[in-house]
Structure formats: C-alpha cells, structure tokens
Design a protein around this ligand. Structure first.
Ligand code: ADP
Ligand code: MG
Length: 327
C-alpha cells in the first residue's frame, strides 16, 4: 500500500500542497486531476521523494519516502517518475536509450525485453533511430519505455501523453495501460485529459489549489460529483438552479447534468431556445438559452432549427442522485 499521511508542502512561503491524505492499494491505477496550477506535478514530486515536506509522511509498505535532505540520490529505487521534460540521450538510438536501464540480470533476454517495450510504446520500427531525430511525442514514449525497463513497483506519470498527437494517443493508451495492469504496477497519473482517466484508471483524486476536493472511484465521481469543478473534469456539464420544498420552505438547490442526460420533449419540461448546433461526429451538442438567460448544452442526433423552442427533461432518479442544496 502507498500511504500519503496528511502531507503539506510550500515553495518558499507559498503553500502548494495542503494536508493531502490518501491510501492506494498495490496494482491500482490512480489519476490525479485538477486544473493547471492545482498542484498535480508537485504532488508527484513529493511522492517520488524530490521534495522536503513541511509536514506529513509518505510510506510504501513499511518504507518511508524521504526528501532530498535525507537521501543523497533523490528518488526511490522502487519507483519511477516520468516527468513532463524527458531526459534522454539524444545521440544514441531508441533501443540503447531503453537498454541502458535494463537490469544486469537481464543480459540474456535483453533483446527480447527491448522489443517488448518497443511494442508497448509502438516504436518497433524506430529501434535504431537516434533519439534527436524523433518528434516530441515519440521522445515522450521513449521516456516511458525507459521507466518501464526498470520494472518499478510504482510508476508516476506526469501528463504522459501531453506531446503525443490524438491519433497515436488512443492507440498508446490501449497498449500501455493493460500492460501496466498485467505487470501489477501501481500507477499514479497526473492529467487534465478525461480520456486518460475514463476506462483506464480505477480511482481519481481531484486537486484544487493544493487541496483534495474529491477521492473516489471514477464511476462514483462521474455519477455523483460533489461540485461542478469535479464534473467539468469529465467534459462539458450544466449546473441548473432549482428550488425545492423542504419542511414547507423553499430552498435553493442545483443539479449537475451532462449534455447527453437530457431527454428532449416538444411539450413540457425546462424550456430553452436553440441558439447553436455544434457538430461532434456521431451527434450534435446543441446550445440552448433558458428564460433566465442561462446557457444549456444538450445532445441530439441531428441539428435543431435556430430559435426553435424545446423542452428538456431529466429522470427523477438522476435528479435525486445529483441534487445539491446550497447552504
Ligand atoms: P500542476 O501540475 O497541477 O499544473 P504544479 O504542481 O506544477 O501544478 O504547481 C502548483 C503551484 O506551485 C503553482 O502555483 C505553481 O506556480 C507553483 N510552483 C510550481 N513549481 C514551483 C517552483 N519550482 N517554485 C515556486 N513555485 C512553483
Ligand atoms: Mg503539472
């Protein structure tokens, strides 16, 4: 188990991590999500032992992760950290960059291991190409393979697909994440791309201004996001104000609804006027405006006429699940 026990960290006098606490079981995949500057990279660095904490502790089983004041060589051996800036040897080949990190006990099946890792990062045909001649995205993949060559128990990835184009990204996710699961590697992946999270991670930790605002399974956070910030990490979301009766008094409440969750009716429901159609491939996201001039996004298989009046409905079950009462 990885235990993060109430850690806090500041750069000079600016607090960046504020009492972060969670535990992660071996072999689980955790995504750390949050807007830019929320502290994702700093949290990964803290877990890897690159920072001296203000307070709190980090344990991998019984081993404590210590910061640079306690460790001559920062970074724990059983962990690997793939930073946003990959530190490769530019004048040597892709295969050599990876091979350098294979353990000496693996000399015999050296070639087989390099090929296996080249397959995971889908660069088999580039084995003999010098790293300096690769694109940024390809270099990022080599950095990933180097980390895997060292067979870490814990793999920390900082925006691992940030330099990789959309087309390759999807393929890579499908080869990398199942490989990591199969090897039983515990993964913590910092990202702001929901595609890195949905269907690849088990759990999600949401950071905002260095604080944990949510930690749960992906499904739980998607189905019952505590606030709009959490729901927006999955994509577009609507926050609709509603008022309801509670002990005979009217109270203000709101519900979070993803665009595909509305049912459209011509007769009754929440009234909106169509102002725009956004093509999304297999469907359209329709932009509507409600009477209170709030913009609402909902999906439809076809375009709708501009200025058309439609009524949006959501199931009672969904309302009950998503309702949040303003204090
Ligand atoms: P994220 O990865 O979520 O974008 P970071 O962990 O990189 O966030 O940064 C969190 C906060 O810490 C930001 O406000 C950033 O400006 C600040 N910060 C990051 N690195 C340093 C540094 N080396 N020195 C001072 N402040 C830093
Ligand atoms: Mg970052």
């Amino acid at each position: 188990m990885l235990h993060i026990n109430n850690i806090s960290f500041s750069y000079k006098n600016t607090p960046v991590l504020d009492h972060i606490a969670f535990a992660l079981e071996k072999g689980r995949h955790l995504s750390i999500m949050g807007e830019s500057g929320s502290g994702k990279s700093t949290l990964l660095k803290a877990i890897y032992g690159l920072l001296d904490l203000d307070s709190g502790e980090i344990f991998w089983d019984k081993q404590q992760v210590l910061g640079p004041s306690f460790n001559l060589v920062p970074g724990e051996k059983y962990m690997r950290y793939v930073a946003q800036d990959f530190d490769l040897m530019p004048y040597t080949s892709v295969a050599e960059n990876i091979g350098e990190f294979l353990s000496v006990f693996e000399q015999e099946n050296h070639k087989r291991r390099i090929t296996e890792l080249l397959e995971v990062i889908e660069l088999v045909d580039f084995a003999d190409v010098k790293v300096k001649n690769l694109s940024g995205g390809q270099q990022q993949r080599v950095a990933l393979a180097r980390a895997l060559a060292q067979e870490p128990e814990v793999l920390l990835l900082d925006e691992p697909f940030s330099s990789i184009d959309q087309f390759k990204k999807n393929q890579l996710r499908h080869s990398l994440f199942p490989y990591l699961k199969e090897k039983g590697i515990t993964v913590i992946n910092a990202t702001h791309d929901p595609n890195d999270v949905l269907s690849f991670a088990d759990d999600m930790l949401v950071l905002k201004d260095g604080k944990t605002i949510a930690y749960n399974s992906i499904e739980a956070l998607y189905q019952k996001p505590k606030e709009k910030y959490v729901a927006s990490l999955f994509g577009q979301v609507n926050e609709l104000p509603i008022s309801l009766l509670k002990e005979y008094t009217e109270v203000d409440a709101s519900i979070l609804i993803y665009p595909h969750e509305f049912e459209i009716s011509k007769e009754s429901g929440f009234e909106v006027y169509v102002v725009n159609n956004h093509f999304k491939g297999g469907y359209y996201v329709i932009e509507g405006v409600a009477e209170n001039s709030q913009t609402v996004f909902f999906t439809n298989p076809n375009t709708l006429k501009i200025h058309a009046r439609v009524y949006l409905n959501v199931s009672l079950q969904l309302v009950n699940r998503r309702i949040s009462i303003k204090k």
